[in-house]
Design a protein around this ligand. Structure first.
Ligand SMILES: [Zn+2]
Length: 422
């Protein structure tokens, strides 16, 4: 890192032109330390810290970043590669294990990480802070900042993606080299377009009074349970925009039936991300204690610039905690929300939605998944789900799954037992 500052100084002395332009100077520098992820573990704000390295290469008016993460000492590191132009925003991203790069536009996660690291090649650099409005988290900041520690300079990066948040703590490894990286380090082939523009929610009826809403671009399926003069929405998809699309579909397909209660199976972003717009319409969030607390936190997220529907409404979110299970019924329908907790083998609290009159059970991501053309049972999670169904003698014959949205939507309970027994 210091060599960079030195090069800049030398360049400034060598002629009267401005100091070296890092945008054209080929170089490689490496950092090693940890990455801490938050977003998809057993409870809100739980994190996991693992070893990580970052290698930055410059050349061909491009910048390449390899972020290598070691999730288990017995497995090779998984590496995400970002290649960006030095002149234009946006970048190409190759996820771990993928053969091809995909395109990301300006402002997307890869572009923001590249901007942070590009501005941080020297410990003397001031902090780089980029404030923006995340469609689920609200007004937040990505940042990169050098700190002086007893062990030397340390780069601290805070980076938000669509569905998680990462913090990197990295120290320089060796010194930067000024030798040009090979040209093919910057080749991205024919990147695939990942563009999946938002489309209206797909509405379908699973059984009398029980409807599904799928947002294909978000890869989420929500459940709408219809009562005499209102509906209950279960699972709110990924973010504010997705939540608005769910509400628009309910207004279109079930006019005159407002969402009176909203529930989420578990705290992960694909289930709780669209809660705010539903709360803005006056629905009550019903959840087990921990998830109810998380709902209050979601309602308190800063959406000031600009205000979202909840912030603009001025409403205090209505939250109703329950323990064990919550029953809601009228002459038209009946819904039982059951917290199966640790039986989910996924999160500390996990709500499944039982429709006793239709003998259906809707669950988010426990039952099965599709590999190639084959449907496979969800291992420990599926076993835990069956354990919870049997222990409570839940009155159901058929399972409905929220995620993934591709592959099977429903499965007879007996078929899941058979699949697990294989
Ligand atoms: Zn999950």
């Amino acid at each position: 890192m210091r060599a960079f500052a030195l090069l800049a100084l030398l360049a400034a002395h060598a002629c009267s032109t401005p100091p070296r332009s890092p945008t054209v100077e080929p170089a490689t520098w490496e950092l090693a330390g940890t990455i801490t992820w938050e977003g998809h573990f057993r409870r809100p704000h739980e994190t996991r810290t693992i070893p990580a390295t970052v290698r930055v290469q410059r050349g061909m008016a491009r910048l390449r970043i390899d972020l290598a993460e070691t999730w288990a000492s017995t497995r090779p590191a998984s590496t995400t590669t970002f290649v960006a132009s030095e002149r234009e925003p946006g970048c190409r991203v190759r996820p771990p294990g993928a053969a091809a790069f995909t395109c990301e536009r300006a402002g997307e996660a890869g572009d923001r990480l590249v901007a942070l690291l590009r501005a941080s090649d020297d410990p003397a650099q001031p902090a780089m802070v980029r404030r923006w409005q995340h469609p689920r988290l609200g007004d937040i900041a990505d940042r990169a900042q050098w700190a002086t520690t007893a062990a030397g300079p340390e780069l601290h990066v805070v980076w938000h993606r669509d569905h998680d948040r990462a913090e990197l703590r990295l120290r320089p490894v060796g010194g930067p080299t000024t030798a040009s990286p090979p040209d093919d380090a910057f080749a991205v082939g024919e990147p695939t377009l990942r563009d999946r523009p938002p489309v209206p929610a797909r509405f379908s009826t699973l059984a009398p009074g029980v409807h599904a809403l799928v947002l294909p671009d978000a890869d989420t399926r929500s459940l709408v349970v219809e009562f005499a003069d209102h509906v209950v929405l279960c699972e709110t998809s990924t973010d504010n925009g997705a939540g608005e699309r769910l509400l628009a579909a309910i207004e279109r397909h079930l006019p005159g039936k407002p969402v009176r209660h909203v529930l989420c199976g578990h705290y992960h972003p694909h289930y709780t991300g669209g809660l705010r717009p539903v709360l803005a319409r006056g629905a009550t969030f019903v959840a087990p204690q921990g998830l109810a607390e998380f709902g209050r936190e979601i309602a308190a997220r800063p959406f000031r610039d600009p205000p979202d529907a909840l912030a603009a409404s001025g409403r205090t979110a209505a939250v109703e905690p329950f323990a064990g299970q919550w029953r809601h019924a009228d002459a038209a329908n009946e819904l039982l929300a059951v917290d199966i907790g640790a039986d989910s083998e996924h999160t500390d609290e996990y709500v499944v939605f039982v429709l006793p009159r239709q003998r259906l059970l809707f669950q988010g991501d426990l039952g099965w998944f599709v590999r190639g053309d084959a449907t496979q049972a969800g291992g420990d999670r599926a076993r835990g789900l069956l354990r919870a169904i049997d222990a409570r003698q839940l009155p159901i014959d058929t399972l409905v799954q929220g995620w993934p949205t591709v592959g099977r939507v429903t499965m007879p309970l007996q078929d899941l037992r058979a699949l697990l027994a294989r």
